[in-house]
Design a protein around this ligand. Structure first.
Ligand code: MN
Length: 202
């Protein structure tokens, strides 16, 4: 497990008495392998948060255009603070005035397998691969499967690229962020989550 201090930035950014987001490092549990989650988040700008379990936390990136299944698409992914494992199931509304205010759905989730190896073919643990600025994983999701590579663009920058690897699961025609917008947990779209909240408030 990672040190609890790893989540200091996560907690510093939030008033955990006001937001429904999870506080702790409790695991989602019951999964066969480390988990990944992609959360669509309608905050000040729409984005998809891509998160990989590593060393007891969710390493996280914000992807403005969302993931692609086309290996020729290079999607900007901005590194963000580590999130607690329990965040993988979070869906709902972050209240106005709070950090990241807006609606969140679990757009895709599942397990992954680490594909990151060194020049000799030995596996590099995911936490170290992320620290080194290059990680490759095979996703087993509901919408996304196959290899994805995340590569940091410069040593002192937060910008990375998320790219579909050219494997059997690559598909240049699919547009899953458009054609499959619904949550894999609740079946709701991000607009439906926001509307239900508005109904409850009025
Ligand atoms: Mn976000």
């Amino acid at each position: 497990m990672g040190s609890p201090r790893r989540l200091d930035r996560y907690r510093d950014k939030r008033d955990l008495d006001r937001t429904p987001e999870p506080a702790g490092a409790d695991a989602a549990g019951g999964r066969d392998g480390p988990c990944f989650v992609i959360q669509q988040h309608d905050a000040s700008t729409m984005h998809w948060d891509f998160r990989l379990e590593a060393d007891g936390v969710l390493r996280s990136w914000s992807v403005p255009k969302g993931p692609s299944t086309d290996p020729s698409d290079k999607r900007l992914a901005v590194a963000t603070e580590d999130h607690p494992l329990g965040y993988a199931d979070f869906e709902g509304i972050i209240p106005e005035g709070e950090y990241g205010a807006g609606s969140v759905i679990v757009w895709d989730t599942g397990t992954y397998r680490n594909l990151t190896v060194d020049d000799d073919g030995a596996e590099i643990p995911v936490a170290r691969a992320v620290d080194d600025g290059h990680v490759r994983v095979w996703l087993h999701g509901h919408k996304l499967t196959g290899g994805y590579a995340l590569t940091k663009m410069g040593s002192d920058r937060r910008e990375w690229l998320l790219v579909k690897m050219d494997d059997s699961e690559a598909d240049r025609r699919r547009r899953p962020t458009s054609t499959q917008p619904e949550s894999v947990l609740s079946g709701r779209t991000i607009d439906e989550v926001a509307e239900q909240h508005d109904d409850a408030a009025s």
